[in-house]
Design a protein around this ligand. Structure first.
Ligand code: GTP
Length: 523
């Protein structure tokens, strides 16, 4: 990006500026994928300053003032990139195919809690909970950003009490933390649900403002989500375009943004290609031989599998009436050729992000944020197939003991909190790439690729004893719960269903042997 900027400054051509903007846009994407909110924000700020200059060819070459202003923002961005390099940006752990060492199962991650009073109850409670889930907590004063220490995964600001207004001094301090920890996720707890203070916090650098009416404990789940995120598949776009030149240009732009694409020239092959390629979005030309884009879209909208698949027209058609008609008949958006590459990439990415989010919401369990029963089963099948016959692989079924009596004694909401507690502990203790699903009410399924039964048993036994020591609060004090687990492995069981069945049998065995224990299925 720096190189393209320098080329523009030397040449002053609009095309060079667009190339620079495309590189900047890819960088935003890259930081967002790496979950570096501070750097993403800086990049987006620069992008906002760049965009107005793209639509106006007569503005180029830009005057010295505009160049100097962009240069300042670029310098700030480069400065932050080099600061964050020295820090401990949360790194994804590559687990597949790597022999599992015992030390890998514990994730000591640093979290700073910034609170005003030393005896703050909420901050104390959160510190305790986060420590239980394996985080290293540093309590920090509002006015002292720790220096020469490991940078944290997250910073939690806990104000003295929820107020409609966040005072200017607090905002200034948040900005200081933001600058010192560009890669960390910043949370502010207990903001009143008014738009002004939330906007002010976001401007100061807060990533997540947690409303006062949300339980502070929910923030634990959000922090756990930071370390248990699924690797996203690359976005896939199907380009339906009969002009080879246009298709090449479109695919080049998509590739520059890290988007995978496939092009077909004949819409007659559309259905077969959709089945094989499974795109997240179709970029559809309007006028092609045999059928036009609108007809092809109408056909797709009649099939339940493609009801919601985003379809964006990309066409030279400038007649507004025709465009409206094309949208009415099933398209999601209309872009005009010749296309602006930044706009094309932005439309494609935002439409795909929403589409994937919508699909995801049907796969996730609302109480725990884990995969639900059917999504976990489908994922397990895919993981077993990917592991192949050579791979080591274990499946475990876990069930909370005497859970009915927890509900009966303390009430359903407390029971829910116990279920969440186990879900969070699993998220905290298992690795990126492990499958964790809520299989039923108080039953969980876990799959550990690359792990044999012996190690899995040891891992679950440690989680079992940690869970037994985890206090769950209820209005009259705390309660403790336990779980039982059954473990089964490859190659003794050679399919997803056989693994699940054998793990279930082992779980029953653990229950009948007295509960609060982990049993392995026989080889
Ligand atoms: N709070 C809460 N309870 C649930 C949920 N889903 C299922 N349950 C309850 O979980 C209990 C499961 O009890 P059982 O399967 O009889 O077994 P148990 O009491 O856990 O005993 P063992 O498994 O034999 O140790 C039932 O009372 C369900 O009503 C949920 O989402 N929240």
């Amino acid at each position: 990006m720096r190189e393209r900027w320098e080329q523009y400054v030397a040449g002053g051509q609009l095309e060079q500026f667009v190339e620079f903007a495309v590189a900047l846009n890819s960088l935003v994407e890259h930081f967002a994928r790496l979950r570096l909110p501070g750097l993403t924000r800086l990049c987006e700020g620069l992008e906002n300053a760049v965009l107005p200059h793209i639509g106006d060819p007569s503005a180029h070459p830009l005057g010295p003032q505009a160049v100097a202003s962009l240069q300042r923002q670029l310098d700030a961005l480069f400065g932050s990139v080099s600061t964050s390099r020295n820090g401990s940006v949360p790194v994804r752990r590559q687990t597949e195919g790597v022999p599992v060492r015992d030390g890998e199962w514990v994730k000591p991650r640093e979290v700073w809690i910034v609170s005003a009073a030393a005896d703050d109850e909420v901050a104390d409670g959160l510190s305790r909970q986060l420590r239980f889930f394996g985080f290293k907590i540093t309590r920090v004063d509002w006015h002292n950003v720790p220096e020469d220490t490991e940078l944290p995964l997250a910073v939690l600001f806990v104000p003295a009490r929820a107020r409609a207004e966040v005072d200017a001094e607090a905002l200034r301090q948040i900005a200081v933390f933001r600058a010192a920890c560009p890669a960390s996720q910043l949370f502010y707890l207990g903001v009143a649900a008014f738009i002004e203070p939330i906007v002010a916090l976001m401007r100061a650098g807060i990533d997540v403002a947690v409303p006062a009416d949300e339980q502070p404990a929910m923030v634990v789940n959000r922090i756990l989500d930071l370390i248990q995120t699924e690797e996203q598949d690359k976005y896939r776009v199907l380009v339906v375009e009969d002009s080879r030149v246009a298709a090449t240009l479109i695919r080049r732009t998509l590739a520059e943004h890290g988007i995978d694409s496939h092009a077909i020239a004949d819409p007659g092959t559309l259905l077969d290609t959709l089945k094989d390629y499974r795109p997240d979005l179709i970029l559809m030309d309007m006028y092609m031989p045999r059928f036009n884009g609108v007809e092809a879209t109408r056909v797709l909208r009649q099939m339940s599998a493609y009801h919601t698949l985003p379809i964006v027209y990309l066409s030279g058609e400038s007649n507004i009436g025709m465009q409206v008609e094309a949208l009415r008949l099933g398209g999601d958006q209309f872009l005009i050729k010749p296309f602006n590459p930044v706009l094309l990439a932005a439309v494609v990415k935002t439409k795909i992000a929403r589409f994937r989010e919508m699909q995801r919401s049907t796969q996730v369990d609302g109480l725990t944020g884990l995969l639900n029963h059917s999504a976990a089963k489908a994922r397990l099948k895919a993981l077993v197939e990917a592991a192949g016959y050579e791979g080591r692989f274990t499946v475990a079924m876990l069930d909370i003991d005497h859970f009915k009596s927890v509900n009966d004694t303390y009430g359903h909401p407390v029971g829910d909190q116990v279920i969440r507690g186990l879900a969070w502990l699993l998220k905290a203790r298992l690795r990126e790439g492990d499958l964790i699903g809520r299989y039923g009410g108080e039953e969980f399924i876990v799959a550990l690729p690359g792990t044999d039964v012996l190690l899995a048993q040891a891992v679950f036994d440690r989680i079992r004893s940690d869970f037994a020591a985890l206090p769950h609060t209820h209005p009259c004090g705390v309660l403790y719960a336990t779980f039982s687990a059954g473990v089964a492995g490859y190659p003794a069981q050679d399919s997803a269903s056989a693994l699940t069945e054998a793990a279930d049998q082992a779980l029953l065995q653990a229950k009948s042997l007295g509960r609060n224990r982990v049993e392995a299925a026989p080889d």
